[in-house]
Write a protein that binds this ligand. Structure first.
Ligand code: NAD
Ligand code: TYD
Length: 370
């Protein structure tokens, strides 16, 4: 691939999507990866099992708002590309406390752009022509859809949450650095990711973990909001393609072809967990509080709670541009992806059980009382 034998910076590489990107780079490319991560509550260095002792991996514990720290990393490693995935990523937390979102998502992206520009301007022509800044963003910047229609790259930005507003702002900064300074940037806007190693505050892993622990499953409002679900490995494939062959200054939407209501997701997971526990005695022994142990259906745990403030009703993606220009197509359908994700959470209980500390319990408690 284009970046074999070069250094690639991945910010937020200890998070859900960043760690998947790094696992992909270590397993399937010849690039040297520098993971730049502040290690917030959402991070987990165990999410890259192959990193320990890997000859093409380095870790830097750093806030992307730290310009001196970034400058030192650029001087030391002289990367051929930067992939920006560091972010505060959870909408509910942005509603409770937007400050960190402004700081990391806007000021952090700005600082990273400034340091990338400074470094890029110092490069000799061949290297400077090859340098690329890829920014990973979300479909939430486009706001909310009615019952029909899809977000395209031409849809006007209309972010509704502090999270999406902070991401929209960062996207505009990235665009401006291309238009004003000529930095080679690409932005990808994707739908809701799911898959292994996702922190259990997001809908899918939270539902799996809560069913296993026999806790209520909070469904916001009527649960008929629609999201498009994208398996994280399909997302990795898309951003790797965009890094390799996206056109400078362009934006690519990335979708998963899997529009579904939240209720359908929760109900499907209930059925899948009941089936797995019904069939396997060792799982019933490991999760004695799960309803399936008493032969009760897990859907009984569904609890409607107060709706999220400013809750977007529907997201849906038109990814025709990424398909035509990058050759992107999602490889996994939702039914298959949910089953595989559940299997991963059942086989990796230690990974998620280590996260269920006091902070997490407080956060869940607050969510039930919405
Ligand atoms: P995540 O919350 O799982 O991980 C974010 C990572 O960034 C963590 O490891 C955290 O420690 C790190 N980080 C946070 N602030 C930092 C800072 N100031 N400096 C350095 N590191 C910092 O997020 P994710 O789900 O992996 O999302 C990655 C990117 O993809 C984000 O930009 C997010 O907006 C975007 N995105 C996510 C989804 C999704 O469904 N998860 C959908 C669309 C877009
Ligand atoms: P989430 O996973 O937080 O992703 P996003 O807000 O980025 O779309 O939420 C997905 C959908 O599920 C969203 O419509 C909110 C809803 N939701 C619930 O109903 N209950 C929950 O406990 C959570 C976390 C989310």
């Amino acid at each position: 691939m284009r970046y074999d034998g070069t250094v690639v910076f991945v910010t937020g590489g200890a998070g859900f999507i960043g760690s998947a990107v790094i696992r992909h780079f270590l397993d399937h490319t010849g690039a040297f990866v520098v993971n730049i991560d502040k290690l917030t509550y959402a991070s987990n260095r165990c999410s890259i099992p192959q990193a320990a002792g890997h000859p093409r991996y380095a870790f830097a514990e750093l806030d992307i708002c730290n310009e001196n720290g970034l400058r030192a990393l650029f001087e030391c490693y002289r990367p051929a590309a930067v992939m920006n995935l560091a972010a505060e990523s959870h909408v509910d937390r942005s509603i409770d406390g937007p400050g960190e979102f402004i700081q990391t998502n806007i000021v952090g992206t700005f600082t990273l752009l400034q340091e990338s520009l400074h470094y890029w301007r110092s490069l000799m022509s061949a290297r400077s022509e090859a340098f690329r800044f890829l920014h990973v963003s979300t479909d939430e910047v486009y706001g909310s859809l009615g019952a029909s229609g899809l977000f395209t790259e031409a849809t006007a930005y209309a972010p509704n949450s502090p999270y999406s507003a902070s991401k929209a702002s960062s996207d505009h900064l990235v665009r401006a650095y291309h238009e004003t300074y000529g930095l080679d940037t690409t932005v990808t806007n994707c739908s809701n990711n799911y898959g292994p190693y996702q922190f259990p505050e997001k809908l899918i892993p939270l539902t799996i973990v809560n069913i296993l622990l026999g806790k209520p499953l909070p469904v916001y409002g009527d649960g008929l909001q629609v999201r498009d679900w994208l398996h994280v490995e399909d997302h990795c494939a898309a951003i790797t393609l965009a890094l390799r062959s996206g056109r400078p200054g362009e934006v690519y939407n990335v979708g998963g072809n899997s529009e579904t209501t939240n209720m359908e997701i929760v109900r499907t997971l209930c059925g899948l967990v009941d089936e797995a526990l019904g069939a396997r005695a060792e799982l019933r022994a490991a999760f004695p509080n799960s309803p399936a142990v008493q032969a009760m259906p897990s859907v009984g745990l569904i609890t409607h709670v107060r709706d999220r403030l400013g809750h977007d009703r529907r997201y849906a993606i038109d990814y025709a541009k990424a398909a035509a220009e990058l050759g992107y197509a999602p490889a996994r359908d939702l039914a298959m992806g949910l089953r595989a994700t559940l299997d991963w959470y059942l086989a990796n209980t230690r990974w998620w059980q280590a996260l269920l500390g006091r902070d997490y319990a407080d956060w869940l408690e607050k969510n039930y009382k919405r």
